[in-house]
Design a binder for this molecule. Structure first.
Ligand code: 13P
Length: 274
């Protein structure tokens, strides 16, 4: 089995959970898992705490393999935007930022245009945007899944340079699968991933499509994770509920580390013909 084309990414979206103290504890436990032999080489591990715990978690993560993401941000560098957080502020503490999560789109009225402005701001500040896309149950039932996902992907990345699109992460999170225990069938998730990769290829070319990491989100658990990672077009997971427990999140991380096509452990790799 050839190594995966892209390093797996396992990201925990802590949503509106954790205090500074509990966030520190969880981040320490995740850092131990991420640094374990066989994991550190194979999987990029990311946690997205709420803004109030971002600095605390960034402190814990420093010097460990764990990367830190914000869950959202405004697109402007500074300004009179009460309650908002800017890319300049996020870039002090994080390497990634989740954008266009369905809870922002559907709970707070975020538009495709907002997500596009935020994605440009993230890229301009050296942050990796994790752009979330996905259809509602009504859209799926109406046969609109592909059209909705294609529109959201196109809109989010519109105007980006090919190398910027290649640096981005797209999370396919069907809205009906989030927090419901009703995970998307892995074959269907893989089908949508290939659609997303085709959209990126059409807009930005094959190198960008080969580089962009596509992760699945929606009721990922230790029990179902491996089925997603067996698909070469599913480069990891964006995990909600199961990322709040180090044991469960650790099991998902380890599933990615041993997935078919994951890089062999460093010792074994040396023995492979070059
Ligand atoms: P759950 O894993 O709790 O379904 O949440 C998924 C999600 O929204 C991650 O961003």
């Amino acid at each position: 089995m050839s190594p995966r084309a892209r390093t797996a990414l396992i990201a925990g979206n802590w949503k509106m959970h954790t205090t500074q103290a509990t966030a520190r504890d969880l981040a320490r436990a995740v850092a131990d898992i991420a640094a374990a032999p066989g994991v550190a080489d194979a999987v990029d591990v990311l946690v997205a705490p709420p803004f109030t715990a971002l600095a605390a978690v960034a402190d814990v993560a420093r010097g460990t393999p764990v990367r830190v993401a914000a869950q959202d941000m405004h697109w402007a560098d500074t300004g009179a935007f009460t309650g908002e957080v800017s890319p300049v502020m996020v870039a002090e503490l994080a390497t990634h930022v989740i954008l266009g999560h369905s809870e922002r789109r559907h709970g707070f009225g975020e538009t495709d245009g907002d997500v596009n402005r935020k994605a440009h701001a993230a890229l301009a500040h050296g942050l990796v945007p994790i752009v979330c896309v996905g259809e509602t149950l009504a859209e799926r039932d109406a046969g609109k899944t592909d059209a909705v996902v294609a529109r959201q992907v196109d809109a989010a990345l519109e105007g980006a340079a090919p190398d910027e699109a290649g640096r981005a992460v797209v999370a396919y999170e069907p809205v009906w699968a989030i927090g419901t225990g009703r995970a998307c069938d892995p074959a269907e998730a893989g089908r949508v991933m290939r659609l997303i990769r085709q959209r990126v290829a059409a807009a930005f070319g094959a190198p960008a499509a080969d580089a962009v990491r596509l992760v699945y989100g929606g009721s990922v658990t230790p029990d179902n994770a491996a089925a997603y990672f067996a698909d070469p077009d599913i480069d990891g997971a964006l995990v909600g509920g199961a990322s709040l427990k180090a044991d469960a999140f650790g099991a998902i991380i380890r599933a990615a580390a041993v997935a078919p096509g994951a890089p062999a452990p460093a010792g074994a790799r040396k023995e492979q013909p070059t």
